[in-house]
Design a protein around this ligand. Structure first.
Ligand SMILES: *Cc1c(COP(=O)(O)O)cnc(C)c1O
Length: 387
């Protein structure tokens, strides 16, 4: 019924709920597989800190010698403090503040992934003030649809991210006039939770076109950063606990044209940390509704906002009992918002007050997005190697 061993569930019953639990063996196996499959092609992988920035998790990831993908100055600082090599840190984001840019410049990061003309001017100015040359990759908008939820699609012209193709000519002109910036690469990121790999094939084809454009103008592009977004199986976390990195990297090897000496970079978040995390919660009340029963948990959207924010699916398991009697439930949290619902009309074994519920695949964009709304306290995290 569940992948949690009996003695672990027993330990859970002695621990105040709700809490996050991380399976560090699974994280390590995921990282081993990621390294194996990316090393085949000498691809460079940067871990996207925004998926999960817990120090304990970051240390494990850094042990596998990955780079870091940051989207704020504080993430750059956290990566450096954890021990990530600053020459392997990339910094993206549509709204980098002056302070954040200065933090990144002071740490001599690998590259700024720049998203607009004005940002290039500001980075140039700030780098000049610090007597530095800022390495810059242009984040280009490939206008490729990721077939994912509209809130996590980023590669379309109507999204706020990136530089559009029709702006390129003037961007290059501008670059020639800026003396504290060095163009080192192109950057792309089309969205998140992408399970249809054909979206990445479309991305490769677009990148090849962009590369031709640059090569015709004799502009060298030493680094290609294809972003992240590889999706995981939220429906079958035990059957597919590690994503198919082999097919993913093979696809880029097959369809991306790589010029001699060029380095290819990836930025993966969810695919690395999602499956190792679970949110463990207790049933407070069962309440009869009109067409359903409400299962009211002590965890809510303050601990896991993905269902409320993107109508995201997470597998929900009763890990206390596997009764043969099945009942239909709306699984909800205690927060005063109707969107505070983890699953509507789901069939589960007959459940009662005090049962433990595991919400699976919450290692990415879970704890890191938690809030104190309703003055709730931040919940604890436990790790299998110290639990
Ligand atoms: C969020 C983000 C990523 C990571 O996305 P995942 O879907 O977690 O792999 C990579 N690059 C950029 C620029 C991002 O904003």
């Amino acid at each position: 019924m569940t992948s949690f061993p009996k003695d672990l569930i027993h330990k859970f019953t002695l621990t105040p709920t709700p809490f996050y639990y991380y399976n560090m063996e699974l994280l390590d196996h995921t990282l081993q597989n990621l390294r194996l499959e990316s090393d085949r092609y000498s691809f460079e992988v940067h871990y996207a800190l925004k998926a999960n920035a817990n120090s304990h998790i970051l240390k494990h990831i850094n042990d596998f010698d990955l780079g870091a993908d940051c989207v704020s100055g504080n993430e750059v600082t956290r990566a450096v403090e954890t021990g990530f090599n600053s020459e392997k840190i990339v910094f993206a984001g549509v709204g980098k503040s002056d302070e954040e840019i200065k933090t990144a410049l002071a740490n001599n990061i690998h590259s700024f992934n720049c998203e607009s003309m004005q940002e290039l001017e500001v980075i140039d100015q700030l780098a000049g003030g610090m007597n530095k040359i800022a390495p810059v990759a242009l984040r280009l908008n490939p206008n490729v649809s990721a077939n994912t939820h509209k809130y996590i699609t980023t590669g379309l012209e109507e999204n706020k991210f990136g530089i559009n193709q029709w702006e390129l000519e003037s961007i290059i002109e501008k670059l020639n006039s800026l003396h504290h910036i060095r163009l080192i690469g192109l950057h792309f990121h089309i969205g998140s939770q992408i399970t249809d790999l054909s979206a990445f094939k479309s991305l490769c084809i677009k990148i090849n076109e962009f590369q031709q454009w640059f090569s015709q103008r004799h502009i060298a592009i030493p680094h290609l950063n294809v972003g992240g977004g590889l999706g995981i199986d939220y429906h079958d976390p035990d059957g597919h606990s590690i994503v198919d990195f082999a097919s993913y990297f093979r696809l880029f090897h097959e369809f991306l044209v790589v010029y001699p000496g060029q380095k290819v970079h990836f930025e993966l978040g969810r695919a690395i940390t999602a499956q190792c995390g679970s949110l463990i919660s207790k049933v407070l009340y069962i309440k009869k509704g009109v067409n359903t029963h409400f299962m009211i948990l002590d965890a809510g959207m303050t601990e896991l906002i993905r269902p409320a924010l993107y109508q995201a699916y997470h597998k929900i398991e009763n890990i206390t009992q596997g009764s043969a009697d099945i009942q239909r439930y709306d699984v909800v949290g205690p927060i005063c918002e109707s969107s505070d619902c983890f699953g509507k009309s789901i069939l589960m074994p007959l459940t009662s007050r005090g049962n433990l519920i595991a919400i699976r695949s919450t290692g990415a964009y879970g704890e890191v997005m938690s809030s104190n709304y309703n003055l709730r306290e931040k919940v604890k995290a436990y790790y299998s190697d110290e639990f």
